[in-house]
Design a binder for this molecule. Structure first.
Ligand code: SAH
Length: 350
C-alpha cells in the first residue's frame, strides 16, 4: 500500500512538477530504503531534460574574512582561530584565467561577507570577461542593492545566494543581525537585474524538519531560481552548533531528487559538502537528479583557510588535479563534461 502511494506521488511530481506541502512532507518522511523510485525518476528527469552532460563551475574562494556570525559557519567573525586571507585583484584574475585554460566555462567568485571593495570587484569582473569567454558567478553574500547593479553592469552573469532555510524563525536564530527579508529581497532584485540566480538550503540544520524542507521547495519555486544547491550541515568545532548532529546523505538525496522533479529545468549541483560526508556523495547526487559539479580552483596555499566546515575534501589538491579527478568521476558514471557555459535553461532564446 505504502509503496503504491509513493509511486503515485512521484509520478505526479514528475508529470506536473507540483505536489502539495502535505505530499512533499509524506515523501520526505519515508525511509530512504523505500525511495528507490523517487531517485530513479529524478535521474530519468535529469536525463530527459539535460542528457548526460555535466556542467562544471570552478570556485575561487577570494576571502575568508566575514563580518557575520552565522551559527553553523567556520568563517564566522567570532572564530578567532581561523587564519584569514584575502586575495589580491591580480591573484583573482590569474586564478580565473587558469580556470579558463583548464576548460572551465564558469567561474564562481566566493567569499565570506568581507565588504571587498565593490569597485575593485567590478574591475575584476570586467577584466575576466575581457580576457575569457566564460560566465562569471558571484557568491559574495548580501551587499547594497546598488552594488548588485554595479556588478551586473560590469558583466557578471549569475549570483549565488543560498536562502539557507525558509523557516524565518530558524533563519533569524542562526543569522544574528541579519534579516530573512533582506536575503529574499536580494534574490528577487538580483533576478530583476537579469542575473541568473542560485539559491539553496542547508540540509539537517538543528530544528529543521520535513515541513521546513517542504517550505524551502515552495520558496525556491516561487523565486524561480536557475540553480538550487543543497548540501548537508556539517558541524564545525569553533561554532555554536559544534555539538549538533550532522545532516544526512539520505535527506540530502531526497531533497535533491524532489528539487529535480518539482523545479525541473533548474540546475542542481552535487555539492562538495555531500562529497565530504560520504566518499561517493557527489556520485550519488549525480544519479539522483544533479547535473552540475563545483570544483575548487583556489590556490592550495589558501584552501585550508577557507574552512566553512571541517574535513572539506580536496584541500591538498591543485586546480589541475581537481579538473582531472572530477572528469574521471563524471566519466565513470557514463556522463561527460560539458563544453558549454551551462546557462540557465529557463532563459528564452531566439
Ligand atoms: N558569504 C556567502 C558565501 C557563504 S559560504 C553567502 O552568504 O552567500 C557558502 C555556503 O556554505 C553557505 O551558503 C552555506 O550554505 C554553506 N555552509 C556554511 N557553513 C556550513 C556548514 N557548517 N555545513 C554545511 N554547509 C555550510
Amino acid at each position: 500500500m505504502k509503496n503504491k502511494k509513493i509511486k503515485e506521488l512521484v509520478d505526479k511530481a514528475a508529470a506536473e512538477a507540483n505536489l502539495s506541502k502535505k505530499e512533499i512532507i509524506y515523501l520526505l518522511e519515508q525511509d530512504f530504503s523505500k525511495l528507490d523510485y523517487l531517485i530513479k525518476k529524478a535521474d530519468q528527469k535529469r536525463k530527459e531534460l539535460f542528457g548526460d552532460e555535466v556542467h562544471l563551475r570552478a570556485i575561487i574562494e577570494i576571502s575568508s574574512y566575514c563580518k557575520q556570525n552565522c551559527h553553523y559557519c567556520g568563517l564566522r567573525k567570532d572564530n578567532s582561530e581561523l587564519e584569514r586571507y584575502q586575495l589580491e585583484k591580480e591573484e583573482i584574475i590569474t586564478a580565473a584565467n587558469q580556470a579558463a585554460e583548464l576548460g572551465y566555462k564558469t567561474i564562481v567568485i566566493q567569499s565570506g561577507e568581507d565588504d571587498y571593495p565593490a569597485q575593485k570587484i567590478a574591475e575584476i569582473i570586467r577584466e575576466i570577461k575581457h580576457n575569457n569567454d566564460i560566465a562569471v558567478t558571484l557568491s559574495l553574500g548580501e551587499r547594497d542593492f546598488g552594488v548588485y547593479k554595479l556588478w551586473k553592469e560590469a558583466g557578471a552573469d549569475r549570483y549565488l545566494l543560498k536562502h539557507e532555510t525558509a523557516d524565518k524563525k530558524l533563519y533569524q536564530k542562526y543569522h544574528p543581525g541579519m534579516s530573512f527579508e533582506n536575503r529574499i529581497e536580494s534574490l528577487k532584485y538580483l533576478k530583476y537585474l537579469g542575473y541568473q540566480t542560485g539559491s539553496g538550503v542547508i540540509i539537517g540544520l538543528p530544528g529543521q524538519n520535513a515541513e521546513t524542507l517542504a517550505e524551502d521547495l515552495s520558496l525556491l519555486k516561487e523565486l524561480d531560481v536557475d540553480m538550487v544547491g543543497s548540501g548537508p550541515f556539517i558541524p564545525h568545532q569553533n561554532t555554536p552548533l559544534k555539538n549538533s548532529r550532522q545532516g544526512t546523505l539520505e535527506m540530502t538525496l531526497k531533497f535533491n531528487a524532489l528539487s529535480r522533479l518539482l523545479l525541473q529545468l533548474t540546475h542542481i549541483p552535487a555539492t562538495t559538502a555531500l562529497g565530504t560526508i560520504d566518499d561517493f556523495g557527489r556520485q550519488k547526487a549525480l544519479q539522483a537528479g544533479a547535473n552540475v559539479v563545483m570544483p575548487n580552483v583556489t590556490d592550495s596555499k589558501y584552501r585550508r583557510k577557507y574552512e566553512i566546515y571541517p574535513a572539506k575534501i580536496c584541500i591538498e589538491e591543485q586546480a589541475a588535479d581537481c579538473r582531472q579527478c572530477i572528469g574521471g568521476i563524471i566519466n565513470s558514471l557514463g556522463r561527460f563534461v560539458s563544453t558549454e557555459r551551462g546557462d540557465s535553461r529557463k532563459i528564452k532564446t531566439g
